[in-house]
Design a protein around this ligand. Sequence first.
Ligand SMILES: [Zn+2]
Length: 174
Amino acid sequence: MIEPTIKTAHGSQDGVSVKAIGTLHESAAPVFVYESVLEEILDYSHRDLTREVGGYLVGDLCTDQSRPYVEVTNFCPVKGKSQAANFTFTREASSAAQRDIATRFPDKRMVGWHHTHPGIGIFLSGYDLFIHRNFFSEWWHVAIVVDPKRQELGFFQWVEEEIDLCGFICVYGK
Ligand SMILES: [Zn+2]
């Protein structure tokens, strides 16, 4: 078990504004995403409309006085060599990501992953669920799927034993 970082959740008090997008699960940790990171993810997702691309989400598991929350502060694309239609997050990619984070973001951790579904919509396929269960099994791990053709996106998180679509809280001004 990792210990969450003790830190006050974002709100209007720290010079930023926040906005909940979608429906937040009462029984799961809220997911805070910096607007700049969301823009970076969307930009990267739109670069290739012919095949799936992906990356991982960097941030932290935090807690304030009331409850734990997840913070997404950085995005790192995974440059896949394969031209396969499906984005794959292998064990090697996961290890490389961990090493990359230790070097570039020593005080942060991998909090989830990203991939695109050009033209097919927002869901997790059987294979996506396999990846999430195997490499993102901590209760606070999240996934974001972007459909750059339909201009849609969705976050997923563990809600009890299931991986469900969830809302998130966008943090503006960071
Ligand atoms: Zn997928």
